[in-house]
Write a protein that binds this ligand. Sequence first.
Ligand code: SF4
Ligand code: SF4
Length: 427
Amino acid sequence: MIHIVEPSAEQSKHRAASIFVRKDHRQDIDDIKERLKDIRSHVRDNYTSLVKELQENLGRFDGIKVTHASDAKEAAAYIQKVAGDISLASINKSNIVINELRPELHASGLKTYIRYYTEFKNFEEGKFQKKVEDYWSLPGMHGRNLVESFGVRKTMHKTASPETRNFVAVLGVNAIAADDGSVFFLQHMSNISKDLDQAKKIVLVASLEKITKTREEALLHTKSMGIFGLESILLDLMPHDIEKYDFDALPVVDGQDREIHVVILDNGRSKLMEAGYKDLFLCIDCRACARQCPVGQHLLLERGMVYSPKNYLLGFLQGWLPSVEYCLHCGRCHVECPVEIDIPMLLWRSQLEHYEHHKRSWKKKMLDDPELLAKLGTLTAPLSTWMTRLPLVKVLMQIFTGVHRNSNLPAFTRKTFRHWLKGGRRD
Ligand code: SF4
Ligand code: SF4
């Protein structure tokens, strides 16, 4: 069964929930974090047996085909085969589908659209504003009745549908339970419900870390994505014209023989477990870390990836991102993470391992040694400060060091902090 979890859009429902749920029965955010850590640790330490159990249980359902793909290419080849003569695909805003699968789907000839962004056209003026207001009101409910505001709003029981259109839906699942094969999606718009109602062929993509032991754990995992990722929803709350496609306008076709496929995707994950990155399996993809990261938005969204510090690292380890050097190691992602993954430390590790086998460029060596740069600047101050403000020098700096020409370096001064402190004591 496929379940869709949604936040309640009505303020009145939030209030009602807070009145009718007894205070001592309400789940505290800290309790949820602890429970979540237990659930995720179990997944991290037992993913092989969970995959096996899931495959066995899904195999019992008539009309569901399960396959295992070792990498994105293999998964895309399978999806292309499933699609047959259909060349149109609706994809959800899943990092697995967008970051890992989409390039391969395109290479295999499928045209993809992220239907989430098309949904913005469906809002009448006023209604859209209301939806945004509802989202903004949710973070203020932390620690009170926020947990109750997320629930299963829709369940898909059967495959046949009178709404069917000729396209394939490729949907990255948010969680899938090994014990009964229940699939969970967190939905903010109506794109996933529509894809499940309308697609001629449905391909559900579950990467290894999305498999939980039980249905109840899968539900909590999915709710937690919403609870801890509330503010990150706002990162994407805008239309993207390039993704616009009117799936609703496609002619209705016979939907009696619809197909559902489940692709269990590894794509380098099992190797990461052996290489010391197993804590990435704790991630619930809430993107709370993305909201706090000072560099992500500026560097990567234009490349179309779903950004989070975890995805940044995963992309580098999987080989589709060339480096992770833009991380400032500020630690904000670690502080924000509900399951306390030390992403900054893992980013360091990945860089150290990388440079064991690759030469550092002179640019990299220079930027890696800010102390030397500061000493040189101090020795030649105030000339160095004056020079770094010159437009021509700024352009050269951008070309040779990668520091943007619109940024200002701090002013250098001959008087160091140590001199200043000694002087202060004398005074
Ligand atoms: S430590 Fe790096 S990845 Fe994490 S928030 Fe800071 S800049 Fe972003
Ligand atoms: S790493 Fe980021 S996306 Fe993953 S659980 Fe932590 S905060 Fe959420």
